[in-house]
Write a protein that binds this ligand. Structure first.
Ligand code: TMO
Length: 316
Protein backbone atom coordinates (compact mmCIF):
# COMPACT_ATOMS: atom_id res chain seq x y z
CA UNK A 1 0.00 0.00 0.00
CA UNK A 2 2.73 2.38 1.06
CA UNK A 3 4.81 1.44 -1.95
CA UNK A 4 1.93 2.03 -4.30
CA UNK A 5 1.24 5.46 -2.78
CA UNK A 6 4.92 6.34 -3.01
CA UNK A 7 4.99 5.25 -6.66
CA UNK A 8 1.93 7.33 -7.44
CA UNK A 9 3.49 10.37 -5.77
CA UNK A 10 6.67 9.80 -7.68
CA UNK A 11 4.77 9.46 -10.95
CA UNK A 12 2.85 12.70 -10.30
CA UNK A 13 6.11 14.47 -9.50
CA UNK A 14 7.73 13.19 -12.68
CA UNK A 15 4.79 14.13 -14.84
CA UNK A 16 4.66 17.64 -13.42
CA UNK A 17 8.40 18.03 -13.94
CA UNK A 18 8.07 16.96 -17.52
CA UNK A 19 5.24 19.47 -18.01
CA UNK A 20 3.20 18.27 -20.98
CA UNK A 21 5.79 15.71 -21.87
CA UNK A 22 5.15 12.02 -21.23
CA UNK A 23 7.11 10.02 -18.68
CA UNK A 24 9.40 8.07 -20.95
CA UNK A 25 9.66 4.34 -20.67
CA UNK A 26 13.32 3.27 -20.66
CA UNK A 27 12.27 0.20 -22.63
CA UNK A 28 13.70 0.47 -26.15
CA UNK A 29 11.45 0.92 -29.17
CA UNK A 30 12.14 -1.95 -31.56
CA UNK A 31 12.53 -0.88 -35.18
CA UNK A 32 12.36 -3.61 -37.83
CA UNK A 33 15.20 -3.62 -40.36
CA UNK A 34 14.31 -5.36 -43.63
CA UNK A 35 16.65 -6.00 -46.53
CA UNK A 36 16.37 -3.22 -49.07
CA UNK A 37 18.24 0.04 -48.85
CA UNK A 38 15.59 2.74 -48.47
CA UNK A 39 13.93 0.79 -45.66
CA UNK A 40 17.20 0.32 -43.79
CA UNK A 41 18.27 3.98 -44.09
CA UNK A 42 14.76 5.17 -43.23
CA UNK A 43 14.75 2.97 -40.12
CA UNK A 44 17.96 4.58 -38.92
CA UNK A 45 16.56 8.05 -39.62
CA UNK A 46 13.50 7.37 -37.50
CA UNK A 47 15.58 5.70 -34.80
CA UNK A 48 17.72 8.84 -34.63
CA UNK A 49 14.61 11.02 -34.39
CA UNK A 50 13.22 8.89 -31.54
CA UNK A 51 16.58 9.11 -29.76
CA UNK A 52 16.57 12.89 -30.13
CA UNK A 53 13.21 12.80 -28.32
CA UNK A 54 14.77 10.89 -25.41
CA UNK A 55 13.73 7.33 -26.29
CA UNK A 56 15.87 4.25 -26.41
CA UNK A 57 15.89 2.40 -29.69
CA UNK A 58 16.92 -1.07 -30.80
CA UNK A 59 17.18 -2.20 -34.42
CA UNK A 60 15.81 -5.66 -35.16
CA UNK A 61 16.79 -7.28 -38.45
CA UNK A 62 13.94 -9.39 -39.80
CA UNK A 63 12.63 -10.77 -43.05
CA UNK A 64 9.35 -9.31 -44.26
CA UNK A 65 7.88 -12.73 -43.52
CA UNK A 66 8.96 -12.91 -39.87
CA UNK A 67 8.26 -9.26 -39.05
CA UNK A 68 4.54 -9.88 -38.50
CA UNK A 69 5.17 -12.23 -35.60
CA UNK A 70 7.63 -9.76 -34.06
CA UNK A 71 5.15 -6.90 -34.33
CA UNK A 72 2.18 -8.94 -33.09
CA UNK A 73 3.99 -10.14 -29.99
CA UNK A 74 5.56 -6.78 -29.18
CA UNK A 75 9.07 -8.05 -29.92
CA UNK A 76 9.33 -5.18 -32.41
CA UNK A 77 7.27 -1.99 -32.59
CA UNK A 78 7.76 -0.18 -35.88
CA UNK A 79 8.06 -1.13 -39.56
CA UNK A 80 8.44 1.95 -41.75
CA UNK A 81 7.87 0.57 -45.24
CA UNK A 82 4.91 -1.77 -45.62
CA UNK A 83 4.45 -2.08 -49.39
CA UNK A 84 1.00 -2.78 -50.76
CA UNK A 85 2.21 -4.87 -53.70
CA UNK A 86 3.80 -7.52 -51.52
CA UNK A 87 2.64 -7.08 -47.93
CA UNK A 88 -0.97 -5.93 -47.98
CA UNK A 89 -2.45 -9.36 -47.36
CA UNK A 90 -0.66 -10.01 -44.05
CA UNK A 91 -0.79 -6.37 -43.00
CA UNK A 92 -4.55 -6.05 -43.56
CA UNK A 93 -5.23 -9.34 -41.85
CA UNK A 94 -3.36 -8.47 -38.65
CA UNK A 95 -4.75 -4.93 -38.55
CA UNK A 96 -8.23 -6.44 -38.83
CA UNK A 97 -7.46 -8.88 -35.98
CA UNK A 98 -6.30 -5.92 -33.88
CA UNK A 99 -2.87 -7.48 -33.43
CA UNK A 100 -0.92 -4.70 -35.17
CA UNK A 101 -1.67 -1.00 -35.73
CA UNK A 102 -1.97 0.84 -39.04
CA UNK A 103 0.08 4.00 -38.32
CA UNK A 104 -0.91 5.61 -41.62
CA UNK A 105 0.28 6.02 -45.20
CA UNK A 106 3.28 7.81 -46.63
CA UNK A 107 2.77 10.21 -49.54
CA UNK A 108 4.80 7.87 -51.74
CA UNK A 109 3.02 5.94 -54.48
CA UNK A 110 4.58 2.57 -55.04
CA UNK A 111 4.83 -0.23 -57.54
CA UNK A 112 6.63 -3.57 -57.42
CA UNK A 113 6.65 -5.93 -60.32
CA UNK A 114 8.47 -7.58 -63.21
CA UNK A 115 10.66 -4.95 -64.88
CA UNK A 116 13.17 -4.68 -67.74
CA UNK A 117 15.64 -2.08 -69.07
CA UNK A 118 14.33 -0.26 -72.17
CA UNK A 119 16.80 -1.77 -74.68
CA UNK A 120 15.07 -5.14 -74.10
CA UNK A 121 12.10 -3.89 -76.16
CA UNK A 122 14.17 -4.42 -79.34
CA UNK A 123 14.54 -8.11 -78.40
CA UNK A 124 10.89 -8.62 -77.49
CA UNK A 125 8.51 -6.50 -79.57
CA UNK A 126 5.22 -5.66 -77.92
CA UNK A 127 6.61 -4.95 -74.46
CA UNK A 128 5.60 -3.71 -71.94
CA UNK A 129 2.39 -5.70 -72.63
CA UNK A 130 2.75 -9.05 -70.84
CA UNK A 131 1.46 -10.91 -73.89
CA UNK A 132 4.74 -10.09 -75.62
CA UNK A 133 6.44 -12.39 -73.08
CA UNK A 134 4.42 -15.31 -74.44
CA UNK A 135 6.21 -15.03 -77.79
CA UNK A 136 9.74 -14.28 -76.65
CA UNK A 137 10.30 -16.21 -73.43
CA UNK A 138 13.36 -17.93 -74.90
CA UNK A 139 15.09 -14.57 -75.39
CA UNK A 140 15.38 -14.47 -71.59
CA UNK A 141 16.69 -18.03 -71.27
CA UNK A 142 19.85 -18.72 -69.29
CA UNK A 143 21.87 -21.93 -69.03
CA UNK A 144 19.78 -22.97 -66.06
CA UNK A 145 16.38 -22.22 -67.52
CA UNK A 146 16.65 -22.86 -71.30
CA UNK A 147 14.54 -23.21 -73.31
CA UNK A 148 12.32 -21.34 -70.86
CA UNK A 149 12.99 -17.74 -69.93
CA UNK A 150 14.49 -16.69 -66.63
CA UNK A 151 12.61 -14.31 -64.38
CA UNK A 152 15.04 -13.00 -61.77
CA UNK A 153 13.09 -12.71 -58.53
CA UNK A 154 14.04 -10.79 -55.39
CA UNK A 155 14.71 -12.43 -52.02
CA UNK A 156 11.06 -12.14 -50.98
CA UNK A 157 8.30 -14.70 -51.22
CA UNK A 158 6.00 -13.79 -54.08
CA UNK A 159 3.44 -15.82 -56.02
CA UNK A 160 5.53 -15.72 -59.21
CA UNK A 161 5.11 -19.42 -59.93
CA UNK A 162 1.35 -19.09 -59.57
CA UNK A 163 1.28 -16.09 -61.90
CA UNK A 164 3.49 -17.81 -64.48
CA UNK A 165 1.17 -20.81 -64.43
CA UNK A 166 -2.05 -18.78 -64.50
CA UNK A 167 -0.87 -16.68 -67.45
CA UNK A 168 0.70 -19.57 -69.33
CA UNK A 169 4.19 -18.06 -69.48
CA UNK A 170 7.21 -20.21 -70.33
CA UNK A 171 9.36 -18.76 -67.55
CA UNK A 172 11.17 -20.11 -64.52
CA UNK A 173 11.57 -17.81 -61.52
CA UNK A 174 15.13 -17.79 -60.17
CA UNK A 175 15.28 -16.20 -56.74
CA UNK A 176 18.34 -14.30 -55.52
CA UNK A 177 19.36 -14.49 -51.87
CA UNK A 178 20.36 -10.87 -51.47
CA UNK A 179 19.06 -7.65 -52.99
CA UNK A 180 22.58 -6.74 -54.19
CA UNK A 181 22.47 -9.75 -56.54
CA UNK A 182 19.58 -8.10 -58.38
CA UNK A 183 21.65 -4.99 -59.00
CA UNK A 184 24.74 -6.99 -60.01
CA UNK A 185 22.67 -8.90 -62.57
CA UNK A 186 21.17 -5.66 -63.84
CA UNK A 187 24.59 -4.03 -64.24
CA UNK A 188 25.93 -7.07 -66.13
CA UNK A 189 22.92 -7.22 -68.43
CA UNK A 190 23.12 -3.50 -69.19
CA UNK A 191 26.84 -3.70 -69.88
CA UNK A 192 26.32 -6.53 -72.37
CA UNK A 193 22.93 -5.20 -73.58
CA UNK A 194 21.54 -8.65 -72.83
CA UNK A 195 17.79 -9.22 -72.29
CA UNK A 196 16.75 -9.45 -68.64
CA UNK A 197 13.42 -9.38 -66.86
CA UNK A 198 13.66 -9.00 -63.10
CA UNK A 199 11.93 -7.85 -59.95
CA UNK A 200 12.14 -4.13 -59.32
CA UNK A 201 10.14 -1.46 -57.56
CA UNK A 202 9.59 2.27 -57.34
CA UNK A 203 10.60 4.46 -55.54
CA UNK A 204 14.08 3.02 -55.91
CA UNK A 205 17.51 4.15 -57.11
CA UNK A 206 17.05 2.40 -60.46
CA UNK A 207 14.69 4.99 -61.95
CA UNK A 208 17.36 7.68 -61.66
CA UNK A 209 20.00 5.59 -63.51
CA UNK A 210 18.51 2.98 -65.85
CA UNK A 211 15.66 3.62 -68.28
CA UNK A 212 13.17 0.81 -68.08
CA UNK A 213 9.56 -0.22 -67.63
CA UNK A 214 7.36 -2.54 -65.66
CA UNK A 215 5.61 -5.37 -67.49
CA UNK A 216 1.95 -4.44 -67.88
CA UNK A 217 0.21 -7.53 -66.58
CA UNK A 218 -3.60 -7.64 -66.38
CA UNK A 219 -4.61 -4.95 -63.91
CA UNK A 220 -4.64 -6.02 -60.27
CA UNK A 221 -7.96 -6.68 -58.59
CA UNK A 222 -8.72 -8.13 -55.16
CA UNK A 223 -10.69 -10.89 -56.86
CA UNK A 224 -7.57 -11.92 -58.78
CA UNK A 225 -6.26 -13.40 -55.54
CA UNK A 226 -9.50 -14.86 -54.23
CA UNK A 227 -11.75 -15.89 -57.13
CA UNK A 228 -10.32 -18.31 -59.71
CA UNK A 229 -12.98 -17.43 -62.31
CA UNK A 230 -11.89 -13.78 -62.32
CA UNK A 231 -9.63 -12.73 -65.21
CA UNK A 232 -7.74 -14.49 -68.01
CA UNK A 233 -7.56 -17.84 -66.30
CA UNK A 234 -10.82 -19.33 -65.03
CA UNK A 235 -9.17 -22.06 -62.95
CA UNK A 236 -6.16 -20.48 -61.28
CA UNK A 237 -5.63 -17.42 -59.08
CA UNK A 238 -2.91 -14.79 -59.60
CA UNK A 239 -3.62 -14.04 -63.27
CA UNK A 240 -2.82 -10.35 -62.74
CA UNK A 241 0.01 -7.95 -61.88
CA UNK A 242 0.62 -6.08 -58.64
CA UNK A 243 -1.22 -2.80 -58.01
CA UNK A 244 0.12 -0.05 -60.29
CA UNK A 245 -0.43 2.72 -57.76
CA UNK A 246 0.22 1.02 -54.48
CA UNK A 247 0.27 2.52 -51.00
CA UNK A 248 3.16 2.55 -48.57
CA UNK A 249 2.28 2.31 -44.89
CA UNK A 250 3.77 2.34 -41.44
CA UNK A 251 3.01 -0.48 -39.00
CA UNK A 252 3.19 -0.28 -35.20
CA UNK A 253 2.85 -2.75 -32.35
CA UNK A 254 -0.24 -2.56 -30.14
CA UNK A 255 1.87 -1.51 -27.13
CA UNK A 256 3.40 1.49 -28.88
CA UNK A 257 0.68 4.07 -28.30
CA UNK A 258 0.60 3.61 -24.51
CA UNK A 259 4.27 2.86 -23.93
CA UNK A 260 5.87 5.62 -26.03
CA UNK A 261 3.00 7.96 -26.84
CA UNK A 262 5.04 10.81 -28.35
CA UNK A 263 7.00 8.38 -30.52
CA UNK A 264 3.71 6.89 -31.68
CA UNK A 265 2.26 10.31 -32.51
CA UNK A 266 5.44 11.17 -34.39
CA UNK A 267 5.31 7.90 -36.30
CA UNK A 268 1.80 8.77 -37.48
CA UNK A 269 3.09 12.12 -38.82
CA UNK A 270 6.10 10.66 -40.62
CA UNK A 271 5.69 10.73 -44.37
CA UNK A 272 8.13 9.98 -47.14
CA UNK A 273 7.52 10.84 -50.77
CA UNK A 274 8.94 9.10 -53.84
CA UNK A 275 11.85 11.52 -54.12
CA UNK A 276 12.99 10.98 -50.55
CA UNK A 277 12.94 7.19 -50.82
CA UNK A 278 14.73 7.03 -54.15
CA UNK A 279 17.39 9.39 -52.76
CA UNK A 280 17.90 7.18 -49.71
CA UNK A 281 18.27 4.13 -51.95
CA UNK A 282 20.65 5.93 -54.33
CA UNK A 283 22.94 7.06 -51.49
CA UNK A 284 23.57 3.42 -50.63
CA UNK A 285 23.23 1.55 -53.93
CA UNK A 286 24.80 4.13 -56.26
CA UNK A 287 27.01 6.34 -54.10
CA UNK A 288 28.00 3.44 -51.78
CA UNK A 289 27.43 5.41 -48.57
CA UNK A 290 26.80 3.19 -45.52
CA UNK A 291 23.25 2.88 -44.12
CA UNK A 292 23.96 4.81 -40.92
CA UNK A 293 26.03 7.46 -42.69
CA UNK A 294 23.24 7.95 -45.22
CA UNK A 295 20.76 8.38 -42.37
CA UNK A 296 22.98 10.94 -40.64
CA UNK A 297 23.42 12.80 -43.93
CA UNK A 298 19.65 12.98 -44.45
CA UNK A 299 19.01 14.03 -40.83
CA UNK A 300 21.52 16.87 -41.14
CA UNK A 301 20.15 18.13 -44.45
CA UNK A 302 16.45 17.89 -43.60
CA UNK A 303 16.02 19.20 -40.08
CA UNK A 304 12.93 21.24 -40.93
CA UNK A 305 11.27 18.21 -42.50
CA UNK A 306 11.76 15.78 -39.62
CA UNK A 307 11.21 18.36 -36.89
CA UNK A 308 7.82 19.07 -38.43
CA UNK A 309 6.86 15.43 -37.80
CA UNK A 310 7.21 15.82 -34.02
CA UNK A 311 4.01 17.18 -32.42
CA UNK A 312 4.58 20.46 -30.55
CA UNK A 313 3.74 19.05 -27.13
CA UNK A 314 6.39 16.36 -27.63
CA UNK A 315 9.27 18.75 -28.32
CA UNK A 316 11.78 18.77 -25.47
C1 TMO B 1 9.22 -4.45 -50.75
N1 TMO B 1 10.15 -4.18 -51.86
C2 TMO B 1 10.38 -2.73 -51.97
C3 TMO B 1 11.43 -4.88 -51.67
O1 TMO B 1 9.57 -4.61 -52.98
Amino acid sequence: MFIRAAMTACFLLLSSLGSAEEVKSPKPIGIVINDWSSQIVFSHIVGTIFQSMGYNVVYIPSSTHDQWGLLRFGLADVQLEVWEGTMSEMFNRFVEYGSIIDAGSHDAITREDWWYPSYVEAHCPGLPDWKALKKCASVFATEDTAPKGRYLAGPWEKPDKARIRALGLRFIPVQVEKTEELWAALHNAVRQQRPIVMFNWTPNWVESRVKGAFIEFPQWDEKCETEPVWGENKVFLHDCGNPRKGWLKKAASVQMENTWSCAFETLKQISADNRMLSQLAAMVDVDKVGYRAAAVHWINKNATVWRSWIPAHCVR
